[in-house]
Write a protein that binds this ligand. Sequence first.
Ligand SMILES: Cc1cc2nc3c(=O)[nH]c(=O)nc-3n(C[C@H](O)[C@H](O)[C@H](O)COP(=O)(O)OP(=O)(O)OC[C@H]3O[C@@H](n4cnc5c(N)ncnc54)[C@H](O)[C@@H]3O)c2cc1C
Ligand SMILES: *[C@@H]1O[C@H](CO)[C@@H](O)[C@H](O)[C@H]1NC(C)=O
Ligand SMILES: *[C@@H]1O[C@H](CO)[C@@H](O)[C@H](O)[C@H]1NC(C)=O
Ligand SMILES: *[C@@H]1O[C@H](CO)[C@@H](O)[C@H](O)[C@H]1NC(C)=O
Ligand SMILES: *[C@@H]1O[C@H](CO)[C@@H](O)[C@H](O)[C@H]1NC(C)=O
Ligand SMILES: *[C@@H]1O[C@H](CO)[C@@H](O)[C@H](O)[C@H]1NC(C)=O
Ligand SMILES: *[C@@H]1O[C@H](CO)[C@@H](O)[C@H](O)[C@H]1NC(C)=O
Ligand SMILES: *[C@@H]1O[C@H](CO)[C@@H](O)[C@H](O)[C@H]1NC(C)=O
Ligand SMILES: *[C@@H]1O[C@H](CO)[C@@H](O)[C@H](O)[C@H]1NC(C)=O
Length: 636
Amino acid sequence: MAPRSIIKGALLSALALSAPVTAQVAEQVSSTSGAGVPLFTSETLQLTEDALASLNPNQSVLFQFGNSTNSSLSARSISGCKVYPGDFFWPSKLVWSLLDKFLGGALIKTVPLAASCYSSWDEYDADTCASITDDWTNSNLHAADSASVMWPLFEGRTCLPTTNASASCTVGGYSSYAVNVSTVAQIQLAVNFARNAGIRLVVKNTGHDFNGKSTGAGALGIWTHHLKEIDYIENYKSKSYQGPAVKMGAGVQAFEIYEKANELGFSVVGGEGKTVGVAGGYVLGGGHSPLSSIYGLAADQVLALEVVLANGRFVTVTEESDPDLFWAIRGGGGGTFGIVTSVISRVHPKVGVTVTTFSFSTGTDVSADTFWAGVRSYMERFPAHADAGTYAYFWILNTGTDSFEFLMNPFFAVNHTLAEYTALVQPWYDELADLGISITPNSTYYDNFYDAWSAGFPLETVASSVMMTGSRLFPRANWESDSLFNSTFDALRSTISEGYVLLAFNLKAELVDGYPSNSANPAFRNTLLHAITSTSWDSDATNAEILEKMDYLTNDVLGQWRATCPDSGAYMSESDIQEPDFQQAFYGSNYARLYKLKQLYDPTNLFYAPTAVGSENWEVKSADGLPDQNGRLCRV
Ligand SMILES: Cc1cc2nc3c(=O)[nH]c(=O)nc-3n(C[C@H](O)[C@H](O)[C@H](O)COP(=O)(O)OP(=O)(O)OC[C@H]3O[C@@H](n4cnc5c(N)ncnc54)[C@H](O)[C@@H]3O)c2cc1C
Ligand SMILES: *[C@@H]1O[C@H](CO)[C@@H](O)[C@H](O)[C@H]1NC(C)=O
Ligand SMILES: *[C@@H]1O[C@H](CO)[C@@H](O)[C@H](O)[C@H]1NC(C)=O
Ligand SMILES: *[C@@H]1O[C@H](CO)[C@@H](O)[C@H](O)[C@H]1NC(C)=O
Ligand SMILES: *[C@@H]1O[C@H](CO)[C@@H](O)[C@H](O)[C@H]1NC(C)=O
Ligand SMILES: *[C@@H]1O[C@H](CO)[C@@H](O)[C@H](O)[C@H]1NC(C)=O
Ligand SMILES: *[C@@H]1O[C@H](CO)[C@@H](O)[C@H](O)[C@H]1NC(C)=O
Ligand SMILES: *[C@@H]1O[C@H](CO)[C@@H](O)[C@H](O)[C@H]1NC(C)=O
Ligand SMILES: *[C@@H]1O[C@H](CO)[C@@H](O)[C@H](O)[C@H]1NC(C)=O
């Protein structure tokens, strides 16, 4: 049967159905898992063949599992576009309400977060609008919404907070519906439904992704935010590891696992960002951490995962059960191979940290050249600092003509006492003093990661609709030759002198000896600098003006960075959506294998996300011509 006729048949018979939903579609299964750690309660409620068989066939046809993982159905067999709102095959209200019943009422029809600001919406309410407007840059607001993302550019900048109640607000590039997931069965029902109906599917956890990978017009969203369970395992055993580990639900955020780790006295490799989803897109895309210079990437820590595949089946993925998928899913990117419901990751002993902040800038005693000599003296020490296991987050701002500011924001010296930290940085401090740059470092030693992280990394603001980012992983090789070092320094200085900001991390992220390899970007393995910059535009800029700014960032600004290390790459989760040859930049030499596995595990291309593996076969026909998700998703 051709996919199209399945869709048609399913939707038409569902329309014709009069049978009430009486059957229980989910089944309680045993909590035993091949991962050796019991399934979470949320994972023991599953969709099974028996459960499906108990349904009216006119209903169950919507929720049938896909054919075996490695189906003969070739990716090519779905042609054209995903079914879009307004299309003949778009599920009717009745079908959506049927889905909602099977989901136990967990289906949310998307109302844009700022709809309360618009009189055309029933939600119109001045007080709510005022509070949404006040909170707009707070990541918690967007994480707690079933469809909102933290980069409005990518949902098409529809329905932003406004004081003009008569302006227009559309659902735009937000998903049309989202499932507020609390069980595996709900994910399976939604996955099967989207695949059988031929509609777009997106996975949204917190919505942090820099490229809008968690949103899409006309999509059914799987919102994993409430999968919050955490289990500590004192002695986990796998093929290559024995020791303490933690099992985290897909919705667990950095601050939550850090609180738990602090309470139980261990350290976990998570991000610096407070609200990032540590067991979602963060870990699946690699995940750099304040602990990376010692322990590597977050993806490196993963020992097992529970996953719903594109065919709707729930599987446990370990090094032994499925070495290919185990390799691919750890680092190959979120929203690509399956929907992870939990991960089990190794954890580490409690560790002390010295946290330091300071700044210096041009001024009466510090010329621009002196300022840059100070920056250069810092950059020269990146190998020494990263090799000592430390992680530093610093900003360089252009504050006017020949006027610059450097912010250490903070220097995070893991496993360093105050004295050890001072010994490490004294040569740099001395050089700054010799240059006549005075600094007043504020250093504090904390005997645990949680307190250090809480003090060092404040909640960052999000949701600007007038900016986009780009980045580069500069390799160690750029420090090993004078001329390459000079071109690296010159490229960064030139970017900032042109008026762009630099937000950067001095770190390393090598795979620790004995850890199983994974698909994280090989460029991470020899980097010493993950540098991010951004471009911005006026709020009344035309689309053509915005595109021009974006292209300049992509080609010229980042082009200078790329020229210093053409074989390196960039970190997919904090990157430029227009990155040229993203396959090489985000995946490097892993791409061919990842692409092959993508065809195997997701032969119908259920999962699509911009710049994800296999995304080159699709394009979003965006309404405004910008690289956003507000439009129909079609095969190229
Ligand atoms: C303020 C801020 C701070 C940050 N700090 C760091 C940092 O310190 N280190 C770092 O490495 N990165 C950091 N990031 C980048 C972050 O890793 C990415 O934004 C990442 O995509 C976030 O994952 P998420 O699940 O929270 O977000 P989402 O945007 O919800 O999801 C990101 C992608 O993963 C997919 N996905 C989410 N959950 C699942 C799941 N359960 N199964 C399958 N796919 C899933 C989504 O479909 C999407 O493609 C930061 C970002 C921001 C905005
Ligand atoms: C799955 O395979 C069966 C036969 O093995 C076939 O009848 C059916 O059409 C296939 N379904 C899809 C979605 O390809
Ligand atoms: C399924 O739908 C068809 C019409 O499309 C109807 O004739 C048939 O009775 C339905 N079957 C059941 C079991 O409800
Ligand atoms: C697909 O599965 C069959 C068995 O069902 C196996 O023989 C074959 O090798 C698999 N193909 C790939 C590419 O893994
Ligand atoms: C408010 O929006 C409407 C509709 O887009 C527009 O016609 C009007 O000019 C706007 N008013 C102001 C004050 O911007
Ligand atoms: C989503 O589900 C959780 C329970 O898992 C519930 O607490 C929350 O209120 C729901 N949110 C929405 C918006 O429906
Ligand atoms: C911390 O530093 C000490 C030396 O001061 C070293 O022996 C130890 O291995 C380090 N711990 C880690 C986890 O790197
Ligand atoms: C130094 O930093 C700590 C946080 O680490 C902060 O609480 C304190 O106020 C800072 N002191 C000064 C003088 O800025
Ligand atoms: C690198 O730059 C420094 C400082 O400007 C200069 O002294 C040195 O000669 C340069 N080295 C090379 C190989 O260009």
